[in-house]
Write a protein that binds this ligand. Structure first.
Ligand code: NAP
Ligand code: GLV
Length: 307
């Protein structure tokens, strides 16, 4: 078995070493033009040339992230399966990131931090968590894990997905028809949708303004979900009271972008849930072994659906 590796943004050597250790029978090498035919590819943002050259015999492309919007812009070999990382240690990271943003906002920790700078011993009036229902857009692998974590803090949780989903303790909404009801029932909005033609620009003036007044946006999915000028207008009018943004239309976020300096926006550099090498390699090796035994694997992307 041969595995070819191409990783933009990551040094390939540690990945090759880990893949060789996990699959001792496999030949594992970095892809370069003219590389021999492989059975599987492990990639992040590969060039079209790699997919074209490898197309005839390539069984699987393993994308080392959860989101497949970037690779779906390429022309994929028609007979090759695309498999994304499902969880692989990302879900717990996403849960801690979202809970941190939520609790920081709900408990007004920024207020206390500012007061402490002046040595002020002062209190804010306690708030009711029932007044801060959390709406999670995208109830997949990450959204469900975030819902579970948020429930531990006893916030009401709403979930929105494409098809109806029954998740214990979560008030479920599905499809376009229930989007407005979902937004109206939520004050904190967490975006964990894949980026597809249906979800691009979904965080815009007419959707965000349907949230309960003074809402908080947490976007941890993709920058292209958000219409950036609409967010600034809603924050400046007070309709929204804050935003924690991990993803942006342009990454890295340009130095002169207004988000960096906006007093109610927190920026993080696409760091809410990082790909973890050991967990990811273990998952890919497990899936290759399962496929060799003829068993189905999780995380196969429906390319027509876009996730
Ligand atoms: P997933 O398991 O595929 O879940 C996607 C969810 O979105 C599903 O519940 C799906 O509905 C729902 N959905 C898709 N299209 C929809 C639509 N048009 N309307 C309503 N709901 C829709 O994905 P995941 O593993 O949770 O990851 C979600 C996204 O997080 C990724 O695509 C990626 O972009 C992002 N991400 C970001 C980071 C980061 O560091 N910031 C890290 C990892 C992932 P159904 O349940 O009906 O299918
Ligand atoms: C990161 O953004 C991912 O999609 O895994």
């Amino acid at each position: 078995m041969r595995i070819t590796v191409y990783l933009t943004d990551n040094r390939p050597e540690p990945w090759i070493k880990a893949l060789r250790e996990a699959l001792p029978d496999a030949e594992v090498d970095v892809w370069a033009p003219g590389a021999p035919q492989a059975d599987h590819a492990v990639v992040w943002a590969p060039p079209q040339q790699m997919l074209d050259e490898q197309a005839p015999g390539l069984k699987t492309i393993f994308n080392i992230g959860a989101g497949v919007d970037a690779i779906l812009k390429l022309k994929l070999p028609p007979t090759t399966q695309l498999v994304r990382i499902d969880d692989g240690g990302m879900a717990v990271q996403m849960a801690e990131f979202v809970c941190h943003a939520l609790v920081r906002h709900f408990r007004e920790l920024d207020y206390y931090q500012e007061a402490a700078k002046d040595g002020e011993w002062t209190y804010r009036r306690p708030r009711q968590r029932q007044d801060f229902p959390v709406g999670i857009m995208g109830m997949g692998v990450l959204g469900q894990r975030v819902a579970k974590a948020v429930q531990h803090f006893e916030f009401p949780v709403n979930g929105w997905s494409r098809s109806p989903r029954e998740v214990e303790g979560v008030r479920g909404f599905a499809g376009e028809a229930q989007l407005n009801d979902f937004l109206a029932a939520s004050k904190v909005l967490v975006c964990l949708l894949p980026l597809t033609p249906d979800t691009r620009g979904i965080l815009r003036h007419d959707t965000l303004s349907k949230l309960q007044f003074g809402g908080l946006l947490i976007n941890v999915a993709r920058g292209a979900h958000l219409v950036e000028d609409d967010l600034i207008a809603l924050l400046d009018s007070g309709q929204l009271s804050g935003a924690t943004l991990d993803v942006f239309q342009t990454e890295p976020l340009p130095a002169d972008h207004p988000f960096w300096r906006h007093p109610r926006i927190t920026v993080t550099p696409h760091a809410s849930a990082r790909t973890l090498r050991d967990e990811t390699v273990a998952q890919i090796a497990g899936k290759i072994r399962a496929m060799d035994r003829g068993e189905p694997v999780a995380g196969v992307v429906d390319t027509a659906r876009g996730y």
